[in-house]
Design a protein around this ligand. Structure first.
Ligand code: PLP
Length: 389
């Protein structure tokens, strides 16, 4: 037996482990601490009533012989949910058919597993800094990765470079970790580049619900994207499903390679390795897209956006250059006085009792930067910003 030697090439994922160790050491030494956690990107508000009600109803169905559901008839999702998601897209003017929606247990799995359908000879273009899943899953497969530099000069929104060859392009907008959001023109440039290269864009839209008027929420808002893009959606941040697990992948029928619809390979991959999301979760997800559910989740999203606005104002008042905050739950900024992200992390923890995430954890261009998240409690967020003054 031989192990996959590519795993030797993975960077140690010490980021959140190291943060946890440092935080645990601090809390042990300071039992009366007033720590405010703005590090990990998990939500804090509970599921909305429409979702809870749908789960109760679905649970009752599972309790009766006549309405009990076993394996889902289709690993791609029940028609009721695929239709609801297609309807959601229609609501912001993007045409998606239910058959182009593939329900999964979250964007992390889908973004990670999609690499199964592509040949290992493909060159992968990944922004730096980046959500580590894109890099790790391709390293595991032994693929060649090239990086698109995101930095202060390009507002942490790298654009296609003349002469750059790529077959698979990862884009995350609104971005984790930087919170930066591409506009229509910028995304069109990426779509044109992908069409020209005969490449595919893997578009991570996990944070689309934070996007306001005038900016694209979906790569499919760009004409031509149907022929060169796959989109990943998530209910995690949209509706507090981080512990529920539900997301979706959209592959338009126009996306083909050598006359083969790409969606057929994904359907086959999922059919072979995945047995679908639980019925109760799919009913809960359906409720997110109901009129009542949408109204309720918008209140939660508005709550996080108000936190982000408070944070953005505090940084603006300090004259700190940052990205994110307006259409994203993340704020990303350069640490003061040339400090490294880890030094500034230690300073915030020890002097201000605030936990952030050092940019070093997201790639070489993250060095000397810090990410703060707006998913916390409103009062604590205000208190943290007072402390930063
Ligand atoms: N994509 C990005 C960019 C993320 O930041 C996250 C979670 O933090 C995910 C995907 C994972 O989403 P899910 O909870 O649906 O797996």
């Amino acid at each position: 037996m031989k192990l996959n030697a590519n795993f030797q090439n993975l960077e140690q994922s010490y980021l959140f482990v190291t943060i946890a160790q440092k935080v645990n050491a601090y809390t042990a030494a300071h039992p009366d601490n007033k720590l405010i956690r703005m590090g990990i990107g998990d939500v804090t508000l509970p599921l909305v009533p429409a979702v809870i009600e749908a789960m109760h109803k679905a649970t009752d169905e599972m309790a009766k012989k006549e309405t009990f559901r076993g394996y889902s008839p289709d690993s791609s999702g029940y028609p009721f949910l695929r239709e609801a998601i297609a309807g959601y897209y229609g609501g912001f003017g993007v045409s998606v058919e239910p058959g182009e929606v593939f329900v999964g247990d979250g964007a992390k799995s889908d973004v990670g597993n999609i690499v199964d359908i592509f040949d290992n000879s493909n060159t992968i273009l990944v922004p730096d800094p980046v959500y580590p899943v894109y890099v790790d899953t391709n390293i595991m497969a032994g693929r060649k990765i090239v990086y698109a530099d995101a930095n202060m000069e390009n507002g942490f929104l790298p654009m296609p470079q003349e002469g750059q060859k790529a077959d698979i392009i990862y884009i995350c907008s609104p971005n984790n970790p930087t919170g930066a959001v591409y506009n229509y023109e910028q995304l069109k440039a990426w779509v044109d580049y992908a069409l020209d290269q005969k490449a595919v864009i893997l578009f991570d839209a996990a944070y689309e619900c934070f996007v306001g008027e005038g900016l694209p929420r979906s790569i499919f808002a760009i004409p031509g994207a149907e022929k060169c893009a796959i989109e990943f959606g998530s209910l995690s941040k949209t509706a507090g499903f981080t512990g529920m697990r539900c997301g979706y992948t959209v592959i338009k029928k126009e996306l083909q390679a050598d006359g083969v619809p790409v969606s057929k390979l994904w359907e086959r991959r999922q059919g072979s390795k995945f047995n679908g999301v639980s019925y109760v979760t799919q009913r809960a997800a359906e409720a997110v897209f109901s009129a009542e559910g949408q109204k309720q989740i918008q209140e939660n999203i508005a709550y996080y956006k108000r936190n982000a606005a408070v944070m953005a104002q505090a940084l603006t008042n300090k004259g700190v250059w940052f990205t994110g905050g307006a259409n994203s739950p993340y704020l990303w900024f350069r640490c003061p006085e040339g400090m490294s992200g880890w030094d500034y992390f230690d300073y915030l923890l020890n002097e201000k009792e605030i936990v952030g995430t050092p940019g070093e954890g997201f790639g070489k261009n993250g060095a000397g930067c810090m990410r703060l998240t707006a998913f916390g409690d409103a009062e604590k967020t205000k208190e943290a910003m007072e402390r930063l003054k």
